[in-house]
Design a protein around this ligand. Structure first.
Ligand SMILES: Cc1ncc(COP(=O)(O)O)c(C=O)c1O
Length: 498
């Protein structure tokens, strides 16, 4: 691409201010000579660099687009997109919150971006210190002893945690077969259990929406390797009986796994380690302002109690008596779970977010997340069903069950109508134990004005015409698609004009 209006390549220097090209110069179409110059380095022509028989005779027939048209194309595309930078994204459980630009700036520092992961430890001391301090900060936040930063997502953290659980039991000569999961759990939990080589045992939720402790006790025996819990759970409710649950699982020799996807609800308020958990994964791409969507890349570090630290993946950055960092693999390590050191720049973003907020700031994050969710929950009372209408944590679950019976308004229709109102949709039909579920997580980053506008929009939709809502969205670049058909008969196409 050339910066000239007509889009034709010219011989004008494209870098440097002088008429003299400072770095390199493109040839005019049809001319073979192009010179490559590097400050202070001898000048070569292509013929000197590449054997003659491999040199092109004519310029490559590459489509040329002017800079102006290209910018317009991408700007148009960006306007068709909805993002956390544009507005509220109340996608429950996914924690799609605004990511401060400060964290982008920090992770873009050349001292971080220009380092090859294979560079030897003496040349990467700064990076190693950052990673070691992030591990330490995450351990302090969760109340755990040691951590690995390698897993690239929450689900990868879950699998890592289950492999740690397995290694622990096997080392103690007591391999077990079952892992208990509540019926409100995220789908990745049972999937990870299966991948980890275990069998899932489901424990029901009680009328409060919490783990039914009596039912849990019935399921606990010496074949249970552990339990996976999300706390607050996917209904946005804190497991009030967590101390009793932890004691019961530990009594049969099981371990407690904490799914930390909802960690933003408890930052600086309470810690999984203090609740009795042995293994914790964190979704840095939810709680710690790392962007996510479209499958990643994220970061799902796993922190563990002291007795599980020897099994962590390696290598980990360790500081010696001389103050120098070196890579060390724990003695009974389950091995690597990711190449190099995980998604390092996502880790740097999270580290900058933790430093920028500090301990007090992180607590305020949780407080604002909980306040916003409860403000919106009470705003929607009497408009939507609230099957568990009591103080929630950072998210809550509403339902259109009554609206469906009364006028046929389904959760899906509400979600699609909300797009026309200029908001992203909440999570729908999850958790599975709530009929016509709308799982709403406003996050701490939204203002009161935004929450009011979101509440008003949800009220308008509930009071509006259900038949009309069935045709939504009409104002978005893509209208309603038959999602079941699209999933079953996927026809991937690419249109160059789009
Ligand atoms: C409760 C819960 N657990 C686990 C996960 C999996 O995390 P990830 O999407 O990073 O793999 C999610 C993701 O939304 C979640 O909400």
């Amino acid at each position: 691409m050339s910066p000239s209006a007509g889009g034709r390549a010219t011989s004008a220097p494209i870098m440097g201010r002088d008429a003299e090209p400072t770095l390199f110069e493109l040839s005019a179409p049809g001319r073979r000579a192009a010179s490559f110059r590097t400050t202070g380095v001898p000048e070569w022509t292509p013929a000197e660099l590449v054997p003659g028989e491999h040199l092109r005779g004519d310029p490559a027939p590459i489509a040329e687009v002017s800079e102006r048209d290209l910018v317009a194309h991408f700007t148009r595309l960006s306007h068709r997109q909805y993002s956390v930078d544009l507005g509220a994204y109340p996608l429950g459980s996914c924690t799609m919150k605004y990511n401060p630009k400060l964290c982008d700036d920090a992770a873009s520092l050349p001292g971080l971006t220009d380092v090859h992961p294979a560079a030897p430890a003496p040349l990467t001391q700064g990076w190693m210190e950052l990673l070691a301090q992030l591990e330490e900060a995450l351990c302090r936040i969760t109340g755990m002893h040691a951590a690995t930063l390698q897993p690239p997502a929450g689900a990868a953290g879950e699998l890592t945690g289950l492999l740690l659980m397995r290694a622990w039991h096997e080392e103690h000569g007591n391999p077990r077969r079952k892992v208990v999961i509540p019926d409100s759990a995220h789908g990745t939990n049972p999937a990870s259990v299966t991948l980890g080589g275990y069998e899932t045992v489901t424990v029901p939720s009680d009328r409060r929406g919490l783990v039914d402790v009596a039912a849990l006790r019935e399921r606990l025996d010496d074949d249970v390797a552990g339990i996976m819990l999300t706390n607050p759970n996917t209904l946005g409710l804190f497991e009030e009986d967590i101390a009793e649950i932890a004691a019961a699982v530990h009594e049969v020799g099981g371990l407690l796994y904490y799914d930390g996807a909802n960690l933003n609800a408890i930052l600086g308020v309470t810690r999984p380690g203090d609740m009795g958990f042995d293994i914790v994964h964190m979704n840095l791409h939810k709680t710690f302002a790392v962007p996510h969507g479209g499958g990643g890349p994220g970061a799902g570090p796993v922190a563990v109690s002291e007795r599980l630290a020897p099994y962590l993946p390696g290598p980990r950055p360790v500081v010696g008596d001389d103050g120098a960092y070196r890579w060390e693999t724990p003695p009974k390590s389950i091995g690597r779970v990711h190449s190099w050191h995980g998604n390092a720049l996502a880790l740097a973003r999270a580290y900058s977010y933790i430093l920028a907020n500090g301990g007090d700031g992180l607590r305020r994050v949780a407080e604002a997340a909980v306040l916003n969710a409860n403000w919106l929950r009470t705003r929607l009372r009497g408009i939507y069903d609230l099957p568990y209408d009591r103080p929630a944590m950072h998210e809550f679950v509403a339902s259109t069950s009554t609206l469906k019976k009364g006028k046929g308004l389904r959760a899906l229709d509400v979600a699609k109508r909300l797009l026309e109102e200029g908001f992203h949709a909440p999570t729908v039909y999850f958790p599975l134990i709530v009929d016509e579920a709308l799982m709403i997580e406003p996050t701490e980053t939204e203002s009161l004005q935004t929450l009011e506008a979101l509440g008003d929009a949800l009220e308008r939709i509930a009071g509006g015409d259900a038949e009309d809502a069935r045709h939504a969205p009409r104002t978005t670049p893509v209208r309603r698609v038959d999602e079941a058909r699209a999933a079953r008969q996927l026809i991937p196409t690419w249109d160059a004009r789009e």
